[in-house]
Ligand binder design. Structure first.
Ligand SMILES: O=C(O)c1cc(=O)[nH]c(=O)n1[C@@H]1O[C@H](COP(=O)(O)O)[C@@H](O)[C@H]1O
Length: 270
């Protein structure tokens, strides 16, 4: 199914703007789980426990690749599609390279891993993103104003009277979104900037990491980022949900943390 349609359906069906980030850390797996099989079991149990609470999942590729667990990532995404159909999977890979290489990254994300959307770095410009944009059924989620402290080093630089991140947002909304498959990353730690981005991109979906472990403010994100119909956001949290508890009942605690976050976000929806 088309990523944008699947996302809108999941917002409605699960009444949720919450995205759970799947960032397995070998040193934080619950007792009894280890190795690449432990990573699969951990992520699978988190997914099964939270599938009713989310609008998307976002596995982060380095957390798998660093453990030589790319095959686990492939299996996990296939598992999500089979067991919880209709929940879009965003591969967080932040790719960006010249066109001839980018086409292989597009094949990797969409055909090897079977992701519905991928995060990308727009720094190399339009031709580096074209192989992804051409996949009209897939989501192309571009870094705009990232959540980390150093995000401002380049993103806030003056670009003809406006910060670079706003110019990025405008260009993507006006010139790159011919297939209607673009979204932007705007960190929860910069809610005012997120509001400025919303002001120039209309109803384009925003992926908003930085809630939970990075201390982002849900109320401010909602006030500045939600669209008129109370959607438009994929508010992502990884560590605060995955590691809500390290005991044998980790999945139950993850369920509770995701449900609390869903309800808290929804309290600011309309
Ligand atoms: O693209 C991302 O997902 C991303 C962009 C950004 O600006 N900040 C950011 O933290 N992320 C990712 O979102 C996740 C945040 O994890 P937590 O801080 O544990 O919720 C990590 O996987 C990051 O790589």
């Amino acid at each position: 199914m088309n990523f944008m349609t699947a996302l809108k359906d999941a917002w409605r069906r699960n009444d949720s703007l919450v995205c759970v980030g799947l960032d397995p850390e070998p040193g934080r797996l619950p007792a009894g789980l280890s190795g690449t099989e432990g990573i699969f079991t951990f992520c699978r149990d988190i997914v099964d426990a939270t599938a009713g609470q989310v609008c998307a999942y976002k596995p982060q590729i380095a957390h798998f690749a660093a453990q030589r667990a790319e095959d686990v990532l492939e299996r996990l995404i296939a598992y999500i599609h089979e067991t919880h159909p209709g929940i879009p999977v965003i591969l967080d890979a932040k790719r960006g390279d010249i066109g001839s290489t980018a086409k292989h990254y597009a094949t990797e994300a969409f055909d090897r891993y079977g992701a519905d959307a991928v995060t990308l770095n727009p720094y190399l410009g339009h031709d580096s993103i074209a192989p992804f944009l051409d996949r009209a059924d897939k989501g192309v989620i571009l870094l705009c104003r990232t959540s980390n402290p150093g995000g401002k080093d380049f993103q806030a630089l003056d670009c003809g009277g406006q910060p670079l991140y706003l110019r990025v947002a405008e260009t993507i909304a006006r010139e790159w979104n011919g297939n209607g498959n673009c979204a932007l990353v705007t960190g929860a730690t910069w809610p005012e900037e997120l509001g400025r981005v919303r002001g120039v991109v209309g109803d384009m979906p925003l992926l908003v990491p930085g809630i939970g472990a990075q201390g982002g403010d849900v109320a401010a994100v909602m006030a500045n980022g939600r669209t008129r119909d109370g959607t438009g956001l994929m508010i992502s949290s990884s560590r605060a949900i995955l590691y809500a508890d390290s005991g044998v009942n980790f999945a139950e605690h993850a369920h509770r943390a995701a449900e609390e976050m869903r309800k808290f976000v929804n309290s600011f929806r309309l």
